[in-house]
Design a protein. Structure first.
Length: 336
């Protein structure tokens, strides 16, 4: 009789490299393909289609019994469709006897409802965490969560990685004078994030004070810090309708700012967002491909950078039981 230990030993001898089993939903197939190429592998075969009434059908085409599975699926629009699709994919792998299932979620939808700001509100960031766990997910790999506290909503492992280095490296290629450069937080909630950017770039920090009375509506009131005659780089995690960013850019111009750049990880770009960015006094908007964009029709001032290499490195380290924190040098940094 072959015991589980003997079976695992034989499996390692047959396949000593432990090939990564990578699969993807339909929310961002281009990014998934880039991640596969970065890892030197291919996406696993899987059927994902819709019934006539909109229900989702999933079938895994290869045996995955005893394998470590990674599923790439950002929860971007249509967020409800993509979330349900991810849950069904996870369930399919659980029922196929996968050893472990890691959901690679470059953009974590529903993250902005992470606490109750008034009575009788839902906390959807926690709800999504519970849904993923109940479906059978063993681990989550997420990028630039809206708030770090979301990691605590899970009772499973969460690896939180950041696109900071990708954005900072691009800003460096612009050869902007750091003595004449200001990193700007578009609101008080993003100060800690922007402080990391200003530290990496070696420049000063400014903050936009804004008021939000309604969902997706924000008014920039004043600038805390000196931006007159200086190049400004605003950093945010999400650009949704771009009302906050456009208003902040206009306020910076009124305060005498020179060229204004915007960096954001997740280009949600709902409704009038792109037109607002075009009309705003912004020289360039730099985003990543955690969310797919129509690059052929993208305005020239919007630059999209790939996070595929970073995701690939993180997946490889998880698969090989190596440190994720060391990927960003966190062991050598003090908490700000």
């Amino acid at each position: 009789m072959i015991t589980d230990e003997v079976y695992e030993k034989l499996k390692r001898e047959i396949n000593p490299t432990h090939d990564i089993k990578l699969f993807a939903g339909r929310s961002n197939p281009k990014l998934a393909q880039e991640v596969a190429e970065a890892l030197g592998t291919t996406l696993g075969p899987m059927i994902v289609k819709d019934f006539a009434d909109g229900e989702i059908y999933v079938q895994v085409k290869d045996s995955v019994r005893g394998d470590d599975i990674f599923i790439i699926q950002p929860l971007c629009k249509p967020v409800n469709q993509n979330l349900m699709e991810l849950l069904i994919i996870i369930d399919a792998f659980k029922r196929a006897s996968a050893k472990s299932i890691t959901a690679v979620i470059p953009y974590y939808g529903y993250a902005r409802q992470d606490r109750k700001t008034s009575g009788r509100e839902a906390i959807t960031a926690k709800l999504v965490a519970d849904l993923l766990t109940t479906a059978g997910c063993n681990r989550v790999l997420a990028m630039d969560l809206h708030t770090g506290q979301i990691q605590g909503f899970f009772n499973i492992l969460v690896d939180h990685i950041f696109a900071t280095s990708i954005l900072v490296n691009y800003i460096r290629t612009l050869n902007l004078d750091t003595d004449n450069l200001v990193a700007v937080s578009p609101d008080t909630g993003g100060v800690q994030r922007t402080r990391h950017f200003s530290k990496d770039l070696g420049c000063s920090l400014a903050i936009i004070d804004k008021r939000r009375d309604k969902h997706n509506e924000a008014i920039a009131n004043c600038v805390i810090g000196d931006v007159k005659g200086k190049n400004c780089v605003m950093f945010d995690d999400i650009i949704d309708t771009a009302g906050s960013i456009a208003g902040a850019a206009n306020l910076l111009k009124q305060e005498g700012a020179k060229d204004i750049y915007v960096c954001a990880v997740h280009p949600v770009f709902s409704g009038p967002a792109i037109q607002r960015l075009i009309d705003a006094p912004i020289k360039e908007v730099i985003v990543t491909n955690t969310i797919p964009l129509d690059t052929e029709n993208l305005p020239s001032k919007i630059k999209q950078l790939s996070v595929a290499g970073l995701l690939g490195q993180a997946i490889s380290r998880i698969h090989d039981d190596e440190s994720i924190s060391s990927l960003f040098g966190f062991e050598k940094k003090m908490t700000v």
